[in-house]
Design a protein around this ligand. Structure first.
Ligand SMILES: [Zn+2]
Length: 356
């Protein structure tokens, strides 16, 4: 994402361990709304085990209301560093996910110390960023991850006489195959905005298969004038501005447009249909043929969500839900208010599950 620093747009990788300090330095705060960790600080507390990017892990609880364990540094409430055996010193790969899950099942599931515990595996996302969808490596990562989920389910069940636990299993996105790549900042520079890009009046933040285009007030009109030409490019799928952009939940004074890249009807070597353009971020060579996400494609916007609790029964709920419904569902289960949240609790009893 881009932040305005000394009047210039500076694009940051939010996955970096330092991003939370950067955001606080530049904007005077981190998130605009309270996290689950803050809401639960006085009623049970939250602990998170994460093996994803450090930035993503720390933004579960950027202001240290609860506990976050991550290989880049683990912190207790108040930001107290956790060291030695209390730190989560695992590798950023499948083996690290296996070790983290074992530790979560041994130490956290049986513990009475938390009302919310999060286990955030790196896989299969991590493997898919470097391998083809449907490849043996992809299927192996899925199989191992599936086994880790089973282990958590069994451990929770083994303690069901002690705790009433709502177990939620989900993904925050899927993946699409990358067939080609584009550097949108270079495209803007090549279309007359070289000075604006170089001097930070225009910025492009890659989201993988989409990009956010930022502009300061003085450069806004020049970028808007280029959008019709951008729409004609083979890599431009949809360009969202105004109300359509706001409807995605993206807002801010300097966000001008979101570009969802085009999808082509091509099938990869493993029979997985569809390829997309990757928006290059300048940080590394694009991995053509591998997976990525961040746009509005059919694969990447079809995550799954499963509940394990007697009240949910068995079957499928044929109702549209959103990622933002997850937190209110947890709060409702804990008997707490979800005031101020965009989502609503998912209540399966409202309609009988369709048994599949
Ligand atoms: Zn990813």
């Amino acid at each position: 994402m881009a932040l305005v620093e000394d009047g210039r747009l500076v694009v940051h990788n939010v996955g970096a361990p330092s991003f939370r300090q950067t955001m606080r330095r530049v904007t005077g705060r981190t998130l605009r709304v309270p996290t689950m960790a803050e809401r639960l600080a006085s009623c049970g507390g939250q602990i998170a085990y994460s093996n994803v990017s450090p930035g993503a892990a720390y933004f579960l609880d950027p202001d240290h209301f609860g506990t976050v364990l991550h290989r880049a540094g683990s912190f207790g409430a108040g930001g107290v560093p956790l060291t030695g055996d209390d730190h989560l010193d695992v590798t950023h790969d499948l083996a690290g996910d296996v070790e983290m899950t074992a530790r979560f099942c041994t130490r956290i599931v049986p513990s009475i110390d938390f009302s919310l515990a999060v286990l955030w595996l790196a896989n299969p996302d991590l493997t898919l960023h470097h391998e083809a969808l449907g490849s043996p490596e992809h299927l192996h990562a899925l199989e191992v991850t599936d086994g880790l989920v089973s282990k958590v389910v069994e451990t929770v069940k083994a303690h069901e006489d002690r705790f009433d636990t709502l177990l939620m299993i989900g993904s925050d996105h899927g993946h699409e195959t990358i067939g080609r790549s584009v550097h949108i900042g270079n495209w803007l520079a090549g279309h007359g905005l070289a000075d604006e890009v170089r001097e930070g009046r225009v910025g492009v933040a890659s989201q993988g298969t989409s990009a956010l285009v930022y502009a300061t007030d003085g450069a806004r009109a020049a970028v808007e004038a280029l959008l019709p030409a951008m729409c004609q490019e083979p890599w431009a799928g949809a360009i969202l501005t105004g109300d359509a952009l706001a409807a995605t939940g993206l807002s801010g004074d300097t966000i001008l447009a979101a570009v969802d890249t085009a999808r082509h009807d091509e099938t990869n070597d493993h029979g997985i249909p569809g390829t997309r353009w990757l928006v290059e971020d300048g940080e590394g060579a694009p991995e053509i043929g591998c997976g990525h996400h961040g746009g509005m494609g059919p694969g990447e916007t079809r995550p799954f969500l499963a509940f394990v609790h007697p009240s949910f029964g068995h079957g499928e709920i044929g109702r549209r839900t959103s990622l933002v419904d997850i937190a209110p569902t947890i709060l409702a289960f804990l008997g707490l208010s979800s005031d101020g949240m965009d989502g609503v609790p998912i209540e399966p009893r409202r309609e009988p599950p369709r048994v599949s």
